[in-house]
Design a protein around this ligand. Sequence first.
Ligand SMILES: [Zn+2]
Ligand SMILES: [Zn+2]
Length: 257
Amino acid sequence: MEKIINAIFPPRCVFCGALGDVFCENCISNCSLMQEQRCLICDRPSDNGYTHQNHFLTPQFGNNPGNYENKLKDASTSEKDTFGTLNSRLTYPTQIVCPFIYEKNVRECIRLSKYSSRLFSCLKRLSFEGVNIVYEWGYSFNDFVVVPIPVSKKKENLRGFNQADIIAKIFAKRFNILVDTSILNRIKDKHAQHSLSREERFQNVKDAFVADRKVEGKRVVLVDDICTTGATFLEASKVLFENGALDVKCFALSKKL
Ligand SMILES: [Zn+2]
Ligand SMILES: [Zn+2]
């Protein structure tokens, strides 16, 4: 159907008007890439978006990985988790990767795709591109299951879809892994986040999610459209870890700098 419509009314690029594609090759290649990934916790540069080791340390270790290593040497088996790391380590996502910077066409595409089917096709196009870029960068998510950040049922019914679902499907296909939308549910909608301070954003998503017990023993890659402060990813990963997730990584199509 889409093909027939495209043949009769060839799509024009939403951004420059060129004929042929809703988001043309040229406009896509003008989207700024995240040349340097950042740590989810402190927002400072980190290799491949790995969470800096020192964030995993509880106050008892001070802010010094050396203290942790010493404690680990003396620890008994019961004090260690399945990775042989200390139970008392804090649990955070171990890595985040974002292909695009949230600005210009990327921002327009994500912001407006909620409201029109034409812009919705743009989001798909951008997602293919972003996912492919991360794949080409050499990231891999073997043994992970893809979980889109959910919106509440109420909001999904109102809008008809969840943007993160679309991105998650494209992501899963590229990395040859599965999506599971039943692992994480949203019980509280967030208010519009853009006008909020960092603190308010964390408050805004507090207790917003519940996880299913079946996440136990699984490694999860959370998928969303934008990462701003990381509050949403952190809150979601908290309930996943509480329910027995082994590892959580994050993919956001764009990163707000
Ligand atoms: Zn264009
Ligand atoms: Zn950090």
